[in-house]
Design a protein around this ligand. Structure first.
Ligand code: 5GP
Length: 183
């Protein structure tokens, strides 16, 4: 199997294979199915990067549940900007609900901190965060809501399986990490 890919000017190497990702997502879903038994959670996915993760996760969820999508900010280049400019599509039916936020990756955690603050204003019954990827070394804020993590990864820029590098790479089936990149 060809393990390296080129996206724009950068070379990336294989980090997580499609099969490994699929197996991990099935386990995350099993855990959610157990933890939310007899409840009707509202899943809110953060676009764009989480679209494949959300789709694959939802296929394994057998709870009665609703799904919504929000969009927060555009992400440019290879390091997190740390500032969230805009939030679109926040659902109106959050009050009193059990919310599960579905995210592709937690880097500094600043985006998620902003999303959480907006959601708490709408008085949910509970909020947890479910992220496919998490870079513990990059985290700058406390995120006690982060309960479900697919993979802890090194503090390196990744693409594939929904994640882009300047718009490209979301359609790659595996997840790749940049071979050499300035952060
Ligand atoms: P944070 O606010 O946690 O620093 O960054 C969260 C957002 O930055 C993610 O939703 C994602 O859009 C973007 N991001 C952070 N790290 C990476 C990465 O390694 N690759 C890609 N493609 N996006 C990333």
């Amino acid at each position: 199997m060809e393990t390296n890919v080129q996206v724009h000017d950068k070379e990336f190497e294989l980090l997580l294979e499609e099969d490994t990702i699929a197996k991990r997502i099935r386990l995350m879903a099993i855990q959610l199915n157990v933890d939310y038994e007899n409840r009707e959670p509202l899943f809110i996915a953060v676009l764009n990067g989480s679209f494949l993760f959300m789709a694959d996760l939802m296929k394994e969820i057998n709870l009665p549940c609703e799904t919504e999508f929000i969009k927060v900010s555009s992400y440019h280049g290879t390091s997190s900007s740390g500032s969230v400019k805009d939030m679109m599509g926040m659902p109106a039916n959050i009050k009193g609900r059990d919310i599960i936020i579905v995210e592709d990756i937690i880097d500094t955690g600043l985006t998620m901190q902003y999303i959480l603050a907006e959601i708490y204003k709408l008085e949910p019954a509970s909020v947890t965060v479910c992220s496919l990827l998490f870079k513990p070394e990059a985290l700058k804020v406390e995120l006690p809501e982060l309960t479900y993590v697919g993979f802890e990864i090194p503090n390196e820029f990744v693409v594939g399986y929904g994640l882009d590098y300047d718009g490209l790479g979301r359609n790659l089936n595996h997840i790749y990490r940049a071979i050499s990149i300035e952060k």
